[in-house]
Design a protein around this ligand. Structure first.
Ligand code: ZN
Ligand code: ZN
Length: 388
């Protein structure tokens, strides 16, 4: 039998179709990747409160296991953090209660307190989301119906994107309530590669830094960290099979969406070209990091700064320009260079753009057919604003 790459033991795990490891070297390697991402960024101080966001899926269940392992160590490698756990229920389907109950069970197993909220809480601008610990929240059917109506009024791609933004908002809000300055989310390098390409297709190219990088600093008080960003889906699957972790499967991504097509594309390509995901992520790392903390005007939905930078034409201007060109006669050619006309057209095509919503979120808004935005967003939009 062939030997492990790192020691003399027989190899039990094959990664990337060629690298052989024994269980123990594999686990060491994964834990090292997890710790070094946190360590090299030097962002956490000792005994920091962190909020673990748990969906019940493979990645977040593994994240919980790794944090638990890290804080149980007795050496200099001990992870010095105080974890709190959060599970967001929904949207939609019936097995949500079952998923939430399983998450409660696994948190109990690790000895973490779990706070559970419903995603539909987002529709109200309520001050307190967290009601009790280690128990299911009461269901508020009015909020659920409103939230479902909002979702049903959007095409699947916009729904996926909207749900992601809503969850980020709720994570940050709960973190503040629990006095956590940091949030751990469980995106693997595979998920991040899919998210990067999805971001580009839904017009969020300028937001890649916060959406794909280790640190998401869109909020002034709470930072979202992605400590699993160097771990691939393949490694994750090996990890859960060695540790006999049983995640509750709940893939929330809707079929027939751009995100699901991209996910299949990346996964299939990775199967035959083992460096697909790492190449995509390395490209993302090369996209310049710029400090946007000094900007105050941000999108009310996704909290990104507006992208009106520089002289290069943006996706928005390009879309508006082509709309103008296709709707005007050729003689009016000069009008295409009239900035106020471009601005007017962009506002009619993309409501609230660059005033309250970024390009990506305004596109979601423009694709909502049946319903209006949730209260929490409306409050900030100042509905009297005639710019709609
Ligand atoms: Zn070994
Ligand atoms: Zn936005």
């Amino acid at each position: 039998m062939s030997k492990c790459k790192k020691c003399e033991a027989p190899g039990t795990i094959v990664l990337r179709k060629k690298d052989l490891y024994c269980d123990s070297c594999f686990l060491n390697n994964i834990n090292h990747k997890f710790r070094s991402v946190i360590g090299k960024n030097k962002i956490l101080s000792k005994n920091e409160n962190i909020l673990l966001c748990l969906s019940g899926g493979t990645a977040s269940t593994t994240l919980m296991d790794m944090v638990h392992y890290g804080i149980s160590l007795d050496s200099h490698k001990k992870l010095r953090v105080n974890p709190y756990a959060l599970h967001i229920i929904g949207p939609g389907n019936e097995d949500n209660v079952q998923v939430a109950n399983s998450v409660i069970k696994s948190c109990k197993h690790y000895g973490f307190d779990l706070y559970i909220i419903h995603i539909a809480e987002y529709v109200h601008d309520c001050t307190s989301l967290i009601k009790n610990v280690n128990a299911m929240p009461e269901t508020d059917s009015i909020s659920s119906n409103t939230f479902n109506e909002i979702l049903n009024g959007m095409p699947p791609t916009a729904q996926n994107d909207f749900i992601l933004k809503v969850k980020q908002n709720l994570y940050v809000k709960c973190a503040k309530e629990l006095s956590c300055k940091f949030i751990f989310t469980a995106e693997t390098t595979t998920t991040l590669a899919i998210n990067l390409l999805s971001n580009l297709t839904v017009g969020r190219g300028s937001q890649v830094q916060n959406d794909i990088g280790f640190c998401d600093k869109r909020d002034k008080e709470v930072t979202i960290l992605r400590p699993m960003k160097e771990i691939s889906k393949e490694e994750l699957n090996q990890y859960i099979s060695i540790k006999k972790i049983m995640p509750v499967h709940n893939c929330n991504m809707l079929d027939n969406s751009l995100q699901s097509v991209i996910s299949t594309f990346v996964t299939d390509l990775q199967e035959n070209f083992q460096s697909t995901v790492s190449s995509v992520c390395k490209t993302a790392d090369k996209i310049g990091v710029h400090d946007d903390s000094k900007y105050d005007s941000r999108c009310v939905l996704c909290k990104n700064v507006f992208n009106n930078s520089g002289s290069k034409i943006s996706a928005l201007e390009a879309t508006v320009y082509s709309r103008l060109v296709s709707s005007k006669k050729r003689e009016d050619n000069n009008e295409f260079h009239d900035n106020s006309l471009i601005e007017q057209t962009s506002l009619s095509m993309f409501p609230y753009i660059n005033k309250n919503l970024c390009y990506g979120c305004s596109r979601i808004y423009s694709e909502m057919t049946l319903c209006d935005l949730p209260d929490v967003v409306k409050v900030h939009l100042q509905m009297s604003d005639k710019s709609k």
